[in-house]
Ligand binder design. Sequence first.
Ligand code: RAM
Length: 382
Amino acid sequence: MKKKVLSVLLALTMTAGLLVGCGSSTETKTDTAKEETTEETTEAPAKEETTEKKADEKTDDTASADGIAGKTFAIVVKSAGNPYNQKEAEGFQQIIEANGGTCIIKEPEAATADAQVSVIQSLISQGVDSISIAANDENALQSALQEAMDAGIKVSCLDSKVNKDSRSTFVNQAGTQEIGQALMDAVYDITGGSGQWAVLSATSQATNQNAWIDAMKSIMTEDKYKDLELVEVAYGDDEPQKSTDQTQALLSKYPELKVICAPTTVGISAAAKVLQDQKSTVKLTGLGLPSEMAEYIGDDDAHSCPYMFLWNPIELGNLGAYTAMALVQGDITGAVGDTFEAGDMANSPYTLTDAGDGGSEIILGAPFKFDPSNIAEWKDVY
Ligand code: RAM
């Protein structure tokens, strides 16, 4: 079964590689031209071109969703230069373009609300039909996103949410409590149930990391975890250098530290390198990309990370696209109980459920554990 899922994922990834014409240029551009990335976008072919392409494809099996041709769907990721965000955007673009829509990928230079507000404003001026956003702040985007909705743009979020008044719905990678529990259990297991541990997070405003950290803190009040001491939550801002520096600082401040938990793919890969290079006895867990973490995963002293978790960021992008299309076509409004089809995705049709903040969400699936037994299979997938 797992193999079947793996081969479907491999096929999807390969298809994504074929369909996502500008995926690799996004990577090079964001690395080399950081200064320009706020305004520089990776855009799909011009509207006319895409519509023509769709007409040609009508004869084959490519499903063209009614009402999508000629519509423009923007995805705004948290920041440029993060491979996780690139996978998410690729997955989004793949589905939009396969259904005859036009996709715009926006990558703000830094993971800040301000950078996303300017991007949203430019998308409003462009007159896009839909904005899907991985938010850098839960509340600070509200007036920009409300302006977008007032202009008739469908707004949803994925990966990291905005508040209920700023969105129609939220595509959540996995249950927040479920992720918190998986991470807390990992900390318990790797520390042996007692001692000091620290969190290395993304930015202090990141809605998703903050929600997972809050879930961990509330789980930690249970008696089982009473001998664990959370010494600090450090912020690497999803920047590799800052995450490296914060890891070093944790090591020097807390000589008794046993475990670092990094619920961010950028943080965990920076910390893994520091710990492994220094042959530190401090161990690591959290949320990481198998492609970036394979060399650090192992049960012995030579490896810094015994195991970690994640979901498929390409599929998260796929589901974000199906959600945006369903909103634009009027198949869903964002109300709890709405359902929509998501092509051949595993859990299709999806149903909108209560997000616990007064709004709705759609859950992609459960977090997946990566350990020495399966990391080799997954490192080439994402
Ligand atoms: C980083 C980002 C992203 C988060 C992953 C786990 O890439 O902060 O939002 O979902 O880590």
